[in-house]
Structures are given as structure tokens and as C-alpha cells.
Design a protein around this ligand. Structure first.
Ligand SMILES: C[S@@+](CC[C@H](N)C(=O)[O-])C[C@H]1O[C@@H](n2cnc3c(N)ncnc32)[C@H](O)[C@@H]1O
Length: 204
């Protein structure tokens, strides 16, 4: 049987030691390239907002940013940033406590791989997006990760996906979407080439 408490505890534990961290330079560039895809919108959901790392970028392109994360301590740290148009909330991405069609954009950077049921997550994202709204995502292709590359948090990825898996799950809910594989600059964190699957999906 699925043990929800064990799942939540493990996910929070995964990032506990570093929840005060800020991005290193190459990560900032990557996040900015993802944020650029947003354009200008009214309401954006930052799924897996952690300690509000990305909120400072997202709040410049959205009038209102709602952030969700499982970790109460991460949400507290996010609130401590006191970003005026940022509302961080403790919430599980599998059960979004929002009305249908609430958001122009769902921003999901390095979060869906932490899901125990990605199909439910994509369904929830689709439900909370307004018609014409977009999912902007980045998911590591862990199926391609070499044994030697082990970095903090990796063990807590439950969805070990490749681009075909990602394509399959997104296509259950969205007709229009992209699945792009990008090679990114080396990260000191993993001391290795870094690949990411990223893209967008539009709700009809
Ligand atoms: C790798 S961090 C990504 C944080 C941020 N988006 C980034 O890219 O830097 C993953 C975050 O997802 C959160 N998380 C894991 N499972 C979750 C779930 N089911 N619902 C909401 N947040 C979750 C963790 O607490 C953690 O803060």
C-alpha cells in the first residue's frame, strides 16, 4: 500500500540540508531561459517552489505567483523572502487545492520527477490551467543518467523518465506540446554533463 507520510517525509528530507541555498551561476542561466518562455501573464503557479528560489524571477513576469511545496519549512523560508506578489502554500502537486481554470501558466521546474503518479500530476495541471494556458516544464531524463552521477536529491526521483515517457504522459492530456532535449553547461554540483528535457504544453 502507498505510504503517503513516508513519501512526504522522504521528499522533504531530500532537500533539508540545503533549503537555504541559492542557485549557482549556470543554474540561474537555465532558470532564466525557462522563465523567458513565460512572456507576460497574470497568474502563475510555481509547482515545487522550494524556498522561493525561482519566485524572484517569476514575479517579474507574472502579476501574481502562487507557489506550492510539500515542505512546511521550505514554504516558511519562501515567505521570509517577503516578495509582495508571491503567495507560497504547503500543498501536494497530486492534489491541487485550486478551482478549475485558475492559472495562465503552470511552471514546473525539476518537480514532476518527484511524483509517485505523474499521470495524476499532468491531469491536475491540465485541470487548473485556463483554456490557452501553458505548462512550462523541465524534467531530468534520469533513464540516461550514468551510475557515477549521483547528486543530492536524485535518489528521491520516483519517476525515472526518458523523453518518450514524458511525451506519453503529456499527450494523455494535451494535444499541443513540445519535448526538447537540451545539453546544459557543467554543474559543479554533479561535475558532469547535464541534460534536461524541457518544453511547453498548451491547453485547448
Ligand atoms: C528539486 S526541488 C525543485 C525546486 C525548484 N523548482 C528548483 O528547480 O530549484 C523539488 C521540490 O519539490 C518538492 N516536492 C516534492 N514532492 C512534492 C509534491 N508531491 N508536491 C509538491 N512539492 C513537492 C520538494 O519539497 C522540493 O522542494
Amino acid at each position: 500500500m502507498f505510504d503517503k507520510k513516508a513519501y512526504v517525509d522522504a521528499q522533504i528530507e531530500a532537500h533539508r540540508d540545503s533549503y537555504k541555498r541559492e542557485y549557482e551561476k549556470s543554474c540561474v542561466k537555465f532558470v532564466q531561459s525557462l522563465v523567458e518562455r513565460v512572456g507576460r501573464v497574470e497568474v502563475l503557479l510555481d509547482m515545487g517552489c522550494y524556498n522561493g528560489l525561482e519566485a524572484k524571477f517569476l514575479c517579474k513576469v507574472a502579476d501574481r505567483v502562487v507557489g506550492i511545496d510539500l515542505g512546511e519549512e521550505y514554504i516558511k523560508a519562501a515567505k521570509d523572502r517577503r516578495i509582495p506578489n508571491f503567495q507560497p502554500l504547503v500543498m501536494d502537486m497530486h492534489e491541487l487545492l485550486f478551482e478549475d481554470e485558475s492559472f495562465d501558466v503552470v511552471f514546473a521546474n525539476n518537480i514532476i520527477e518527484h511524483s509517485h503518479s505523474p499521470r495524476i500530476v499532468f491531469q491536475e495541471i491540465h485541470r487548473v490551467l485556463r483554456p490557452g494556458g501553458r505548462l512550462i516544464y523541465a524534467i531530468p531524463p534520469d533513464k540516461f543518467r550514468s551510475e557515477e552521477v549521483d547528486f543530492e536529491g536524485c535518489d528521491y526521483h520516483l519517476w525515472i523518465a526518458d523523453p518518450i515517457d514524458i511525451h506519453k504522459e503529456i499527450s494523455k492530456w494535451f494535444d499541443q506540446y513540445t519535448v526538447e532535449v537540451k545539453k546544459l553547461p557543467q554543474l559543479t554540483l554533479i561535475n558532469s554533463d547535464w541534460y534536461m528535457v524541457m518544453g511547453e504544453a498548451i491547453k485547448d
